[in-house]
Design a protein around this ligand. Structure first.
Ligand code: B12
Ligand code: SF4
Ligand code: SF4
Length: 255
């Protein structure tokens, strides 16, 4: 059964797939999977190679590579969910790649309903590196994940070994010094670089606007900061920093 599922996934053009029984999914800061889907028994996790776009210093080009994956992965999630339903009469629910996310003061918009890193690790698709990302045995750090939850009783794949080479390049290349402390990404520092036009800047802009005299308000609305916020308003969360992934020698072309 597992082989049939994996063949279906690889035939769609996905780079790799793994299975995690919920007993092996252990993400202490995330909600219990049963609170999302009471009958959940396993997660089928898919791995996608991040394109070379992540190396570009041009933020539009860098982020467009991710947008391509997000569109592809959303469609693969849907196709896999339908396959599991038709082929095995399974009950299935898809997991967001990054968003929607719960936006509240409690989560600060930084906790997904399912942690895809912990899911990928439980599904044998890699292990945590010094950058707090999952390193895949073949794709290295240039990998993102999607997943489908199922009520199928499937055993977990074998866990991957420790893959990080402890070279510290990710830490040294992080423009916000967000990886200074081991095992914990500094959210504020990362967000400032990875999402410069996210909710923090948005609140800042509008707070300043309401406190400004009309002439200043007009200037602000025709300024570049507003243009950038406007664009992110309809694209959604935008990622403008990929340095921790791109600077890691594992998965690049220069291994
Ligand atoms: C919210 C979010 C963010 C937030 C908050 C990140 C965070 N601290 O969790 C911000 C905006 C800062 C962020 C940044 C980035 N993100 Co992000 N993000 C997410 C999202 C949507 C939810 C994460 C979550 O639930 N975190 C809360 C809990 C689960 O984390 P935690 O328990 O606090 O764990 C933290 C540490 O304790 C440590 N950790 C936990 N267990 C262990 C075990 C060991 C051994 C070690 C060493 C560390 C470690 O890792 C975490 C880092 O702070 C996921 C998608 C998803 N649904 O999973 C993507 C996701 C984690 N992001 C991803 C990526 C790639 C990025 C960025 C590179 C930005 C970009 N350009 O894409 C940066 C990398 C930052 C970094 N080096 O840590 C990928 C990671 C892929 C991978 N290879 O692992 C994911 C999985 C998206 C995806 N679909 O693949 N992200
Ligand atoms: S995404 Fe950028 S700012 Fe965030 S941890 Fe990675 S290198 Fe640092
Ligand atoms: S850059 Fe080096 S230290 Fe950082 S995750 Fe990659 S191998 Fe590990």
């Amino acid at each position: 059964m597992q082989e049939k599922i994996k063949k279906f996934i690889l035939d769609m053009g996905v780079d790799d797939a793994g299975i995690a029984s919920i007993e092996d999914y252990n993400s202490p800061n995330s909600p219990q999977l049963q609170s999302l889907f009471p009958d959940v028994r396993s997660l089928v996790v898919m791995a996608y190679n991040e394109l070379d776009n992540c190396e570009s210093n041009n933020p539009q080009i860098a982020f467009n590579g991710r947008l391509d994956i997000m569109e592809f992965a959303r469609s693969c999630n849907y196709k896999l969910a339908r396959f599991l339903k038709k082929e095995f009469n399974a009950k299935v629910m898809t997991v967001p790649l990054s968003y929607p996310l719960e936006m509240s003061y409690k989560t600060k918009g930084c906790i997904g309903d399912v942690s895809l890193r912990h899911a990928a690790s439980a599904a044998g698709l890699g292990s945590f590196g010094r950058h707090n990302l999952i390193i895949h045995p073949k794709l290295g750090s240039r990998v993102v994940f999607s997943a489908v939850m199922t009520d199928m009783d499937l055993p977990s794949d074998h866990p991957a070994e420790h893959l990080c080479a402890d070279c510290n390049l990710c830490v040294d290349n992080c423009p916000g010094n967000a990886l200074e402390a081991e095992g914990k990404t500094h959210l504020g520092r990362c967000l400032k670089n990875s999402q410069p036009y996210g909710i923090g800047s948005n609140i800042g802009f509008w707070t300043k606007l309401v406190d400004s005299p009309p002439e200043e308000q007009k200037k602000m609305l025709s300024g570049e900061e507003y243009w950038k916020l406007y664009q992110s308003g309809f694209i959604g969360f935008q990622y403008f920093c990929f340095k921790c992934m791109a600077s890691c020698p594992l998965g690049g072309h220069h291994e």
